[in-house]
Design a protein around this ligand. Sequence first.
Ligand SMILES: [Zn+2]
Length: 254
Amino acid sequence: MHVQNKKRFYLMVGLLIVVILLVGFSIYMIWSDISSSNAPVQTASNTTNTANADSSQGNRTDITASQAITNPTDLLVLVNKTTSLDENYQPSDLVWVDLPGVRETQLRKEAATALEDLFAAAELKNLSLYCCSGYRSYQTQEELYAENVKTYGQKEADLVSAKPGQSEHQTGLAMDVTAESVNFDLLESFGQTTEGEFIKNNAHLYGFIIRYPEDKTAITGYAYEPWHLRYVGKDVAAEIDKNNLTFEEYLKTS
Ligand SMILES: [Zn+2]
C-alpha cells in the first residue's frame, strides 16, 4: 500500500472506532437514563404520587389478557389487573364528598356517607383525615396513565399506575385518604401515623377495607397502599378484617 493510502486507511479506521464508541456511549446513556427513572417511584413528590395512586411496583408481570367487567355497579365488583371496566362506565349515583380534602372529589352516595361516618369517628379522637382522590373517570385515568408512559416509558408506567379501565377509582367506591402528618401526600409511612393506625383499626367498622395490604402484593398485584380505601359494606369489611384477607381472597372463598 502506498504510504499516503496507508495513512488514509488508518485515519478511516480510527474515525470508525471513534464513531462506534460515540454511538455505544449514547445508547448506554439513554439506557441508563430510562433505568434511573424507575428509582423515584416510591419516594416521589406530591404530584407524582397523586398520579401513582394506583401504584403497582410490586407486580412486574404484564397481564395482557383482561376480562370485561359485567357487574360494574355491584358493591363487590372486582377491579384489578385482570379485569377491565368499560370506558363509558360511570356510576349514576356519584355525589361530591362533603369532607376536608386536598381537592374536590366524588364517590358513590353510599360510600360517601360511610366515609363521612369514618371521618367523624376520627374527629372524635382528634384526628383529621383528608380526602385525596375518589372517583376518576376512564378518561382521567387514561390521561394519568399516558402521563406516566411519557415520564417513565411504557414498561415502567405499568408498574406505577393502572391502565384505564383497571383502576378501582372508576367504580366510585375507592378513596385515597391522607393526613397533615404526611404532608397530605400518599406515602407508605402513612400506615405508621396515628391517622393510618386509626384507619387500619377502624375502617372496617364503616364498611371500608385497605384494599392493598402490606405483604399481599403477590395476590393484589399492588404494593402496600395504606391510604387506598375501598368500600365493600360493613358485613364484608368485617369478614375481611377478621380473617385478614385481601378482597381477591374473600371473593374466592365467599
Ligand atoms: Zn387509590
